[in-house]
Design a binder for this molecule. Sequence first.
Ligand code: C2E
Ligand code: MG
Ligand code: MG
Ligand code: MG
Length: 276
Amino acid sequence: QAKKTGKNRIEYYDETIESTSIKRLDLENKMRSATLDACKEFTVFFQPIVGVDGECQGAEALIRWKSEGMGLISPTEFIPLAEYLGLIHPIGDFVLEEACRHLKYWNDMGHPDYQVNVNLSVVQLLQNDIVDKIKKVVEENRIIPHNLVLEVTEGLAVNDMTRMKQILAEIKQLGVRVALDDFGTGYSSLNHIREMPLDIIKIDRCFIIDIGKDEFSESFVKMVAELAATIGVIVCVEGVETKEQYEALSKMRIQQIQGFYYDRPMQAELFEEKYV
Ligand code: C2E
Ligand code: MG
Ligand code: MG
Ligand code: MG
């Protein structure tokens, strides 16, 4: 479908590109108004995090966007765009607030040790008032700081690492815990385990999928678990789906499991019915 235009330029006209950019613009506009409208179309789901004994220890907060006309949109589709547009700040504040509000309730309802994990993208982490914001949400909701876990990823250029480490250190000063999410993907370096002020390492789902099939994945999880244990860092494995995976993992030095094998992300009301 090459089209000759003007001079000697050849333009490759591709219908899918055009319809993609229209869809994107539409998504952009819808996201702006949803954010302006007090984030009413966004809701926070919770997926249980369990100990190796099978007991619920809390949950990870996972955002969902129920857009009028577009249905349920996955965070992997709209979070990158929200980051690009700067809308991640109001959206992120909303998630943090919702997560802390529910955490307070669960802690008060007979589960004083439940934790809630909240994902923070790098863009959020590097904003200059992030530490104050976290301090404020902890104080206003009167939660035990230790029960709030902020999940961050390593997808950072090395020159930002110093800044990131410093911010994480300040967050830890508040008593709030820090987890390294999606470990083993992206810019992962085993050195980060030593250098970053971490409480929890979450091993990415891609290593769990291959357990029982691929020796490398199994050894990788085992090795990270051993390494983490020597420095007192908790290991959580993500994406456990089968009994086989669960059994292989339960022989390793891991402390937390998250995955469809145990339960899926769900609305707060359902989580409370089942686990609170
Ligand atoms: P993540 O933080 O690594 O979250 C885990 C993802 O794995 C979730 O996808 C969860 O639903 C999914 N998952 C859990 N167990 C299983 C399993 O056994 N099998 C499979 N196939 N998947 C499983 P979800 O909810 O679609 O979120 C995707 C990503 O979007 C998250 O990955 C996180 O990076 C991002 N995200 C979600 N909520 C937020 C948020 O509030 N703020 C920010 N900045 N990012 C968020
Ligand atoms: Mg996460
Ligand atoms: Mg993850
Ligand atoms: Mg992720």
